[in-house]
Design a protein around this ligand. Structure first.
Ligand code: DUC
Ligand code: ZN
Ligand code: ZN
Length: 492
């Protein structure tokens, strides 16, 4: 396989049985990268053939890699204001940015706070997303108030309608659930075959550390990392694992940031527990050094949990390479820098909104690192790259095989990569509405130059060809078999 530049469009007239063909590329099939042509009809993959394919329109992908369109299963857009401040991306700019970064599917969150009806919240998100999304989307449900009505009526109905994953928080005033509430949500997920995603940080550890740091006037940005200790993250992870074990239902620990937590998850998985885990670019490509700046620019890298000390990174990479961490998503949280530093240069770390943008840079950062930059023993095959970023998220959130794979009958969603394109990441290249990227100035090799969604070229070499509102809501299947019997602790 020796890639050469310039995929180009052409048209053929002989046999018009396919709407569209992708020819000449190295196509990443589940069985491995294969020199094969792809035929598309009615938005679906209709042929995979070494023989030539005739179609109305052909894209020549010679020298390029043809990957399934990325599935970013953790991103925030159009979320309601948080503590009086709003994020920059709505569904229009958030999905546009994802699409230009090689994704064809996103799963953002519909967030319920205390006192809100989950059903009303989701209806509102549907309204906004359906008018603005460029690519297809599902919703995870953030459950901030698991009342009996929500647990017995609203959630079962929403799961039936295709919102089959639930995020819960073990920290944050207004969102965090107590231990009893967590158990009731897990119980519901078991009954319904849904997956619970856990934001695992210990609230009391954060509050105690924050209070003591502020008493000592330790207010600089770097104390954000101290306040959100990895010990507190590990405790909450262990608690969530224990609850999952007690209720006997799988969970997903999201945005794992530290080697301590990876170890805890590995131990649980070694005991045979169905514990899944996700990490994100900020825990592999940023560190606490990026927050510890003399000026406020470190606020660009403040997120929760925070990027850890650089000495932590080898353990994170080990977790990716040995499969303990099975999903790599962006956790795109699009705060503007201007909002992050609105409190002025002396604002304490507690004043900085948590979260960083990254939906468009997620895939190129990992591609470059794992195909070229890492030492050979730390590289991933193309299939492993696709699994982490695309196939496993589609499987675990009930979208496979419609999404996440190049196979007959799947949606014709592709990202065509130029593996030799060298890009210096600059915020002005990106399509989000955020005023910065934490990866400004970083050079990567390999870039998704063309995105195809349901057989439509929506982005090609810098040109946006899609319309806001073309994205479809994706009802997700239940990822697990519903268990009508309660946990064996009650039936044994
Ligand atoms: N949790 C997330 O999932 N994203 C951003 C911030 C947070 O706390
Ligand atoms: Zn979270
Ligand atoms: Zn998030």
């Amino acid at each position: 396989m020796s890639p050469s530049p310039n995929a180009s469009f052409g048209s053929q007239t002989a046999d018009r049985s396919f709407d569209f063909a992708i020819t000449g590329g190295t196509v990443v099939l589940p069985a491995g990268p294969t020199q094969i042509n792809v035929g598309i009809k009615d938005g679906l993959i209709a042929a995979l053939s070494v023989a030539p394919i005739q179609a109305h329109q052909t894209i020549d992908a010679t020298g390029h890699f043809v990957l399934p369109g990325g599935v970013d299963s953790h991103c925030h857009m159009d979320q309601q204001p948080w503590e009086g401040r709003s994020t920059a991306d709505d569904f229009r700019t958030g999905t546009l940015s994802g699409m230009c970064g090689g994704n064809t599917t996103v799963i953002p969150f519909a967030m319920q706070m205390r006192g809100q009806s989950m059903r009303d919240v989701v209806e509102d998100y549907h309204l906004r997303a359906s008018k603005k999304a460029h690519i297809d989307y599902g919703f995870h449900l953030i459950v901030g108030d698991p009342t009996p009505e929500v647990l017995s009526k609203e959630l079962p109905a929403l799961i039936e309608q295709g919102c089959t994953s639930i995020k819960i928080f073990l920290t944050y005033e207004g969102l965090k659930l107590d231990d009893y509430e967590i158990l009731t949500v897990l119980e519901l997920a078991r009954k319904e075959g849904a997956l619970v995603m856990v934001h695992a940080e210990n609230e009391a550890c954060i509050r105690w550390l924050t209070d003591r740091l502020l008493e000592r006037r330790k207010t600089a940005l770097r104390y954000h990392v101290t306040a959100h200790s990895d010990i507190g993250e590990r405790e909450a992870t262990y608690r969530a694992i224990s609850f999952s074990e007690l209720i006997e239902t799988p969970i997903m620990i999201v945005h794992v940031s530290s080697g301590l937590v990876v170890e805890e998850i590995r131990r649980a998985q070694a005991r045979g527990l169905p514990i899944y885990a996700e990490t994100c670019p900020q825990y592999l490509f940023l560190s606490s050094d990026d927050i510890n700046t003399a000026d406020m620019s470190g606020a660009k890298c403040v997120c929760t949990p925070p990027p850890r000390d650089p000495s932590n990174q080898p353990a994170m990479w080990r977790g990716v390479l040995d499969g303990t961490l099975s999903i790599f998503s962006s956790d795109h949280s699009p705060w503007n820098y201007s909002d992050k530093i609105a409190g002025g240069p002396d604002a304490p770390f507690t004043d900085i909104p948590n979260g960083i943008p990254g939906i468009e840079t997620r895939l190129p950062l990992l591609f470059s690192a794992t195909q070229f930059d890492a030492p050979p023993e730390n590289r991933l095959t193309l299939n492993e790259f696709v699994d982490l970023t695309t196939t496993r998220p589609a499987k675990l959130y009930g979208l496979y095989p419609r999404k996440g794979v190049i196979a007959l009958g799947s949606d014709a969603d592709f990202a065509i990569w130029d593996p030799n394109k060298v890009v210096t990441i600059r915020n002005e290249l990106l399509h989000h509405a955020v005023d910065h990227t934490p990866y400004e100035g970083r050079q990567v090799r390999g870039w998704p130059i063309t995105t195809i969604s349901r057989g439509e070229i929506v982005y090609d070499k810098g040109e946006v060809r899609s319309q806001a509102g073309r994205g479809l809501f994706l009802p997700c299947k239940r990822p697990f078999t519903p268990q009508r019997e309660p946990s064996s602790l009650l039936t044994g």
